[in-house]
Design a protein around this ligand. Structure first.
Ligand SMILES: [Zn+2]
Length: 483
């Protein structure tokens, strides 16, 4: 008999935020731009993630939808109707469904409502209750501190967030009694609350004004929490833990930084051990399987497995989340991430070859090591095991192209979404672009345009992302191998 999976909760997280849309993500917020999914697409995705080893589908309840929810407009009505079916489909397939949200981030423009302002607080509570009712049947409701989110107006700090979280937990218990709450500590911890956010005199609570201010100050608007603040926040949190439900999951990484390292807010391991004595703990290691920013096929397998082993060495973790913003592309990394939550001790190179054997046939098992040459794009969570010269990378891309062109997808034994053939075509497209970039004289302007057009055409019609990152991603991609 197979041994028990290491993690009881194995979550596959698609972030379809309005700033992370691309041709391999789902667009649930701007119907006019296309690329939305109905219950059928979600169901097909669920078959795939189940075959990868996951048992939970997770998403961020996108703040753009809050305005729709308040207006009860067509976008909201369609979203609510789809999600009602999606919850049932997940359950029929034996999966849990989890949504997370920063309670105070409202609208496409990311207004950070202040819980110490009575009108804003009423708005937060109204929206929270509405979502809890709409998403009735969801198994896990994640109260997420921010990023984007948080507040330091009107005296708000981490304790304001904890007060609010207690109230939100109560609302979930009333509207969706079978759900379990996950309280996230994400950040340094509790991103955006109190001194983690820059202090801006007269701030109106809008993300854009904070971003402009932080750019002028040449500082990041969040992630300013020190280890000292982390210690105080966690002491307050642990002291108040008995006020929360006993089955509440606590989302906590091994370190208080965007990559769960011991930088910024410092080492989280002592707190993980302490919390694990009374509550199930789950990691929310956002960048380990895929980073935000540049969309491309990642290869982060060694780090995925080592991170899961590191967690297990600290405490008996109950859950782990694996993130993607390209659920129609990032199959290899997410397959590995699923396998790592079942058995963190597996050899990542063998898992990579196993995936390629299952998808492209035994004769193409070698793709499992060639795909490492895709992991050359600087960005969030980019800690490559090896460096690649342009010459060596170009050789690898050439062989990838040759093998993918000849691969027969009829024998693929994983239910890849939307199809094995689309996956092959997408990888080929990327491999050809990488191959050009690694040539002695690439036409970088043309590659940038090709990349933008192919990846981000959704923004021709969808409202521009609030942080303009697609343009930055195209720039970064087109500069690869330039030094
Ligand atoms: Zn406030």
């Amino acid at each position: 008999m197979d041994k028990q999976p290491a993690y009881a909760l194995r979550s596959y997280y698609v972030n379809f935020a309005s700033h992370l849309l691309n041709s391999w993500n789902v667009n649930m917020t701007s119907p006019e731009a296309g690329g939305g999914w109905g219950p059928g697409e979600f169901g097909a995705l669920f078959d795939m993630i189940k075959s990868f080893g996951f048992n939970c589908f997770e998403f961020w309840l996108e703040p753009t939808l809050y305005k729709s929810a308040l207006a009860e407009d067509e976008v909201f009505t369609r979203f609510a109707a789809t999600m009602e079916k999606v919850i049932d489909i997940a359950h029929d397939k034996g999966l849990m469904l989890k949504y997370i949200l920063a309670p105070n981030t409202i609208g496409h423009e990311w207004y950070l409502a202040c819980p110490n302002d009575p009108a804003d607080r009423a708005l937060i509570l109204k929206l929270w209750r509405k979502w809890a009712a709409v998403m009735k049947g969801a198994d896990i409701v994640g109260i997420f501190p921010g990023d984007p989110g948080g507040c330091n107006r009107n005296g708000c700090d981490h304790n304001t967030f904890l007060d609010l979280a207690l109230e939100l937990t109560e609302i979930v218990a009333q509207e969706n009694p079978r759900a379990v709450v996950e309280l996230g500590t994400w950040g340094t911890p509790f991103t955006g609350w109190g001194d983690d956010m820059l202090r801006m005199e007269g701030w109106d609570g809008y993300f854009a004004s904070m971003l402009a201010y932080s750019e002028a100050q040449k500082r990041v608007h969040i992630w300013n929490g020190t280890p000292d603040r982390a210690k105080r926040s966690m002491a307050d949190f642990i002291q108040r833990l008995p006020q929360f439900p006993g089955d509440m999951i606590v989302g906590i990484n091994l370190g208080f930084s965007p990559d769960a390292d011991c930088t910024m807010g410092g080492d989280a391991r002592p707190f993980v051990r302490e919390i694990a004595k009374s509550h199930p703990v789950a990691s929310w290691d956002y960048s380990v399987a895929e980073g935000e920013l540049v969309v491309h096929p990642h290869w982060r397998l060694p780090r995925i497995f080592s991170r899961r082993r590191e967690e297990y060495a600290v405490a008996p973790y109950y859950g782990a989340m694996s993130y993607t913003m390209s659920p129609m592309l990032s199959h290899l990394c997410l397959y590995a991430a699923g396998q790592a939550t079942i058995d963190p001790d597996r050899d990542p190179d063998l898992v990579s070859r196993e995936f390629c054997r299952r998808v492209f046939g035994a004769e193409n098992e070698r793709l499992g090591e060639l795909f490492e040459a895709f992991e050359v794009v600087p960005g969030w969570g980019h800690y490559p095991r090896r460096k690649w010269s342009a010459i060596e990378a170009r050789k690898a891309y050439g062989e990838i192209i040759e093998r993918l062109e000849g691969a027969d997808m009829a024998g693929c034994d994983l239910p890849l979404f939307p199809s094995p053939e689309r996956y092959r075509q997408s990888l080929l497209w990327f491999a050809r672009l990488f191959h050009q970039l690694a040539s002695p004289t690439p036409d970088r302007a043309a590659i940038r345009n090709d990349y933008y057009r192919e990846c981000y055409r959704v923004y021709d019609k969808a409202p521009k992302a609030v942080d303009e990152r697609p343009a930055m991603a195209a720039d970064t991609f087109s500069r690869l191998f330039s030094v």
